[in-house]
Write a protein that binds this ligand. Structure first.
Ligand code: PLP
Length: 394
């Protein structure tokens, strides 16, 4: 039996492949520092876990409303409205299993073959995978390191066309950790406000930042009606395995997402949603503590990387990724990622796994202990010195 033709265009995530290779090396007795996977290494805060246990005991074990439990949608609407200085209600919120379905469902609902989608490159691989799968045309926007991995706005203006149906923004960004500066976000809003397109604002890292709070394009005049906000619980509350996220979008699109949810998942697990209410309405100190710890690791790890000959790492403004330029080592980023895994025992990702403009860079997730991060720097330094010696011998 042959798979449908669209399956030739769907891609997977490189991080999971590297994890499998790293685990295989560990099975042979090798010690590996894991800096490949994009999830907080903190436990889900205890009060959230307790809320889920309590919900199970209370019988939240049945189907719930497809769009999400009203109390959770209210909590999401309040939180999103307050943090972005906008006014949205529970009717604008769709609760879905993770942030990813807010890429999958709206794209499925909106894109036709021939439609163009502008998206960040390097970027979360699922954007391009979905655009291609649906037969739409991916229009890659290179991120500019010297602009803190924001867009070149002149280039964006050039790439916008009559066929642009969607613009994907991601700030704070995966894989670069870049945060789109407020003035750029405002300029982007001005550029797209009068166009017949929708913005998919992937704000899954909205709470993990180290300088100014990231701007949301939904906050600018008239932009709320043409923005889909993607956010969720995975990163903010260290709940990647719970599979719960949400989208905030215009009502007509909520209806479409509801239909796709009915046809696929029915609803997010009811007891999980009760835990989501506890996450949003309960104490936020665990989030602050986690972000403070990430900041310390970011500073120490990036400083360590910058001491390694041929490595250059701009201090990221958000998320938990260090994105190092390794072009000066003279080794391709793909070969470098392999060498780091196999020789240094440091699992990391080739920037090329995030799109063609990611070549020359390596993504390290610093969601690991300070001790392990310093061990990773020491290991990389040791092998880098060896490679340099080999290279100098010709
Ligand atoms: C930019 C970005 N968007 C969305 C997601 C998906 O998050 P979730 O695990 O909640 O589906 C991720 C996860 O790595 C991400 O990095």
């Amino acid at each position: 039996m042959k798979l449908a033709e669209r399956m030739d265009r769907i891609a997977v995530e490189g991080a999971f492949d590297v994890l499998v290779r790293a685990r295989a090396l560990e099975a042979k007795g090798r010690s590996i520092v894991h800096l490949e996977i994009g999830e907080p290494d903190f436990p889900t805060p205890a009060h959230i876990v307790e809320a889920a246990k309590h919900a199970l005991d209370q019988g939240w074990t049945h189907y719930g409303p497809t769009q999400g439990i009203p109390e959770l949608r209210e909590a999401v609407a309040e939180d999103v409205s307050r943090r972005r200085d906008i006014r949205v209600g529970p009717e604008h919120v769709s609760i879905v299993p993770g942030g990813k379905p807010i890429i999958f469902f709206p794209m499925l609902a909106l894109l036709e073959p021939g439609d163009e989608v502008i998206y960040p490159n390097p970027g979360f691989p699922i954007y391009e995978s979905m655009i291609r799968t649906l037969g739409a045309t991916p229009v890659a926007m290179p991120l500019v390191e010297s602009r803190g991995f924001s867009f070149d706005l002149n280039l964006l203006r050039e790439k916008l066309s009559e066929r642009t149906r969607m613009l994907v923004l991601n700030s704070p960004q995966n894989p670069t950790g870049g945060v789109i500066p407020e003035e750029d976000m405002r300029a982007i809003a001005d550029m797209v406000r009068d166009r017949d397109l929708i913005v998919l604002a992937d704000e899954i890292y909205s709470r993990i930042y180290y300088e100014d709070a990231p701007a949301s394009i939904a906050s600018y005049p008239d932009m709320l009606e043409k923005t889909i906000i993607l956010d969720g619980f995975s990163k903010t509350y260290a709940m990647t395995g719970w599979r719960m996220g949400y989208g905030v979008m215009p009502m007509w699109l909520v209806e479409a997402v509801n239909k796709l949810m009915v046809n696929s998942c029915s609803c997010v697990a009811s007891f999980t949603q009760r835990a989501g209410i506890a996450a949003l309405r309960g104490p936020q100190e665990p989030v602050d503590t986690m972000v403070a710890e990430f900041r310390q690791r970011r500073d120490a790890f990036c400083a360590g990387l910058n001491r390694i000959p041929g490595f250059r790492c701009t201090l990221p403004g958000g998320a938990f990724y260090a994105y190092a330029n390794v072009e000066q080592t003279g080794i391709s980023s793909k070969a470098m990622a392999d060498l780091l895994l196999e020789e240094a025992g440091v699992a990391c990702l080739n920037g090329g796994a995030f799109g063609k403009y990611g070549e020359g860079y390596i993504r390290f997730s610093y969601a690991n202990s300070l001790e392990n991060l310093m061990e990773a720097v020491a290991r990389i330094e040791r092998v880098a010195v060896r490679w340099a010696a080999v290279a100098s011998r010709g």
